[in-house]
Write a protein that binds this ligand. Structure first.
Ligand SMILES: [Mg+2]
Length: 182
């Protein structure tokens, strides 16, 4: 799907590829492991969410980093996360995480929002339906559930779908130019 809008209307980051948003906690980063560790020290859930280490330097979810790189070749990939309003450090920790684990390919690709349903795009990979995910107008890939238990199933689905699209385009391109112009 190419973007046909005039160049002067296009934002600098726009590629013309389908847009995929990827959540952080529970999808790219292992928040649960950290949360359980903090709770095991005897603090309550609220304190654990607001702890200075709650979102700092989280371990990546298995396969997540590789998936980010695999997807961005065929999709316009963004990170779409909700940072805890009450934990101000979380906002910085997420920005630092993206740079550390995803590198340059994720520069300026982090979106923090409490209303994910406002974003336009083809897919949203998220482990929850909170924070507007249920209102997202594209397809919600519900990570960690039924059809998509791990990154492997997500990649199989998204990369296969894209290949099918390409095959359809190739068939279309076989139609002689004459017929298209008529
Ligand atoms: Mg999540």
């Amino acid at each position: 799907m190419m973007n046909n809008s005039p160049a002067y209307l296009r934002a600098s980051l726009k590629t013309g590829k389908p847009v995929v948003y990827i959540d952080m906690d529970g999808v790219l980063c292992d928040f649960d492991k950290r949360h359980e560790k903090l709770m095991s020290k005897g603090i309550n859930q609220f304190q654990a969410f607001n702890h200075t280490l709650a979102f700092k330097d989280l371990d990546p979810i298995p396969g997540a980093i590789e998936a980010w790189h695999a997807l961005q070749e065929k999709y316009d990939t963004y990170i779409l996360s909700t940072a805890m309003w009450s934990n101000i450090e979380a906002w910085t920790d997420k920005r630092v995480w993206v740079q550390k684990f995803l590198g340059k390919s994720a520069n300026k690709k982090l979106i923090l929002s409490h209303n994910k349903g406002l974003l336009k795009g083809s897919y949203l990979i998220d482990d929850r339906i909170a924070n507007g995910v249920a209102d997202f107008e594209g397809e919600h890939i519900h990570f960690g559930t039924g059809k998509f238990p791990t990154w492997k199933e997500v990649l199989d689905y998204l990369l296969t779908t894209e290949e099918k699209d390409n095959e359809e385009n190739q068939v279309h391109n076989l139609v002689p130019d004459k017929e298209i112009s008529e």
